[in-house]
Ligand binder design. Structure first.
Ligand code: DLL
Length: 431
């Protein structure tokens, strides 16, 4: 039996979905124009009035919003409701510049948790499940979002937050957790710790994992699925759009269904801003059509991905987005070549190494350097120099440039309990 949280919406005909989006968009644009001076000024500057927007076909007429706008308008400049009607804030983990702060009315929280409930049900969750949430709680949206979704579905919810990995495993065993929610890098760490503690997948009851908040490759998915004995589902979202649950994976595991009754996606050329057709890689842009406190029209996520309208075997008709291939600002330009950390991860796991690695970029005598440290796999024999050389050759084929590869001791690379930090770019420190 296919399981949906809201079958009427998730399997709605394209025609009805467009109608729903058209109606909601028209109302949301007027609402934002009337209540958010910052965006009204942007529309006025572009010469667009709410009356010019009669449906999704007019979306391209609206101005974009970017993270820079959020910083300009910090903290209250994009708020569409009086503070007295807001009941919560969440915020990004932002390490540079000002944080992004998002506001929620009670209705916003209900809709957000509903989106997360759809994701849990799509991963096979029911009220019989025990759902262990090891995303961080607090300002980060991961813990609160999945926690709320899990309650809605009626799972027994374990609000663990991240960290104390051995205790996570004790709880998982004692309470028979069946669903695990955390970042993929933390899931990999939990799997590693389980085996280090002398257990196997027979000692736990997990069946599914809902992993997101950072990029992860297909190779990483297979490695986590094997080490925890589960099916691993992707989930996507960002603080600006409420948090996790903007899109979620179903049993087909070929991309994430976007909750289009709340968010209209577009793909644009990140350089020109031009809207690209489905199937082309570009920057993902979202327009919220149901949010009350913090509505964002044409918000540029900086995440690069592809949209697909192919029919899905799960029966959902919601459009799918591919795994983000990284953020446009995650891309490293090394000696003029574009390098994504995910390409490095793919090679490492394909070649039998663990997903514990560190990428260091620097500039020495005006030339960019790329050093990749990865932990030794003792099954690969004693000749370290030969292994480093083989890995460097495989990297060269994938990336087009020559890195220096360093095999380091097992467990010497710091494990992540939240979003992994895998790149240190020292060039920025010199600039
Ligand atoms: O990471 C929200 C979230 C929590 C999503 C839990 C999924 C699970 P932020 O901290 O604002 O919010 O970071 C948002 O993280 O623009 C992407 O670059 C990245 N990201 C989120 N989900 C995925 C994913 C949360 N499934 C930023 N794959 C986004 C790749 C992801 N990147």
């Amino acid at each position: 039996m296919a399981n949906y949280w809201n079958q009427e919406i998730e399997c709605m005909s394209r025609e009805d979905m467009k109608k729903l989006q058209d109606e909601r968009l028209v109302a949301q644009v007027k609402y934002v124009y009337d209540n958010v001076k910052y965006y009204r000024d942007l529309m006025d500057e572009k010469g667009v009035k709410p009356e010019d927007i009669s449906g999704t076909d007019d979306l391209h007429k609206l101005p974009f919003l970017s993270k820079a706008d959020l910083r300009d308008a910090y903290p209250y400049g994009l708020l569409a409701k009086p503070l007295s009607e807001c009941v919560r804030i969440q915020s990004t983990s932002g390490t540079t510049g000002k944080r992004v702060v998002a506001f929620y009315t009670q209705n916003d929280i209900d809709l957000w948790e509903d989106c997360c409930a759809r994701a849990i049900v799509a991963a096979g969750g029911t009220k019989e499940d025990v759902c262990q949430v090891c995303y961080g709680y607090g300002l980060f949206t991961g813990g609160p979002g999945l926690n709320g979704g899990s309650h809605k579905v009626g799972c027994l919810t374990l609000p663990m937050s991240s960290g104390n990995t051995e205790r996570q495993i004790s709880f998982m065993r004692d309470l028979g957790s069946t669903i695990l929610c955390c970042t993929p890098s933390y899931a990999a760490y939990i799997g590693e710790t389980l085996h280090d503690m002398g257990y196997t997948t027979d000692d736990i009851k997990l069946k599914a994992g809902i992993f997101g908040a950072e990029p992860w490759t297909e190779e990483m998915r297979h490695s986590i699925e094997e080490s925890l004995g589960i099916k691993a589902y992707d989930i996507y979202g960002l603080t600006e759009t409420s948090g996790p649950g903007v899109s979620f994976e179903c049993s087909e595991q070929t991309g994430m269904h976007i909750n289009e009754d709340h968010f209209i996606p577009e793909i644009i050329d990140p350089e020109t801003g031009e809207v690209l057709p489905d199937g082309e890689v570009g920057e993902l842009v979202f327009t919220s059509i149901t949010k009350e406190a913090f509505p964002l029209l044409r918000y540029r996520t900086r995440d690069l991905c592809v949209l697909s309208r192919k029919k899905c075997s799960c029966g959902r008709t919601l459009i799918k987005m591919s795994k983000p291939m990284g953020r446009s600002d995650d891309m490293l330009i090394i000696r003029g070549v574009n390098v994504f950390p995910s390409q490095i991860e793919t090679v490492l796991i394909e070649k039998g190494y663990t997903p514990n690695y560190l990428i260091e970029v620097d500039r020495v005598n005006n030339t960019d350097t790329l050093d990749i440290s990865v932990e030794i796999n003792p099954d690969m024999g004693e000749n370290i120099a030969a292994q480093e050389k083989a890995l460097a050759t495989a990297m060269k084929t994938m990336l087009g440039i020559n890195p220096k590869v360093h095999l380091v001791e097992q467990k010497s690379i710091t494990r992540s309990e939240g979003k992994a930090v895998r790149v240190i770019d020292r060039r920025k420190l010199h600039d």
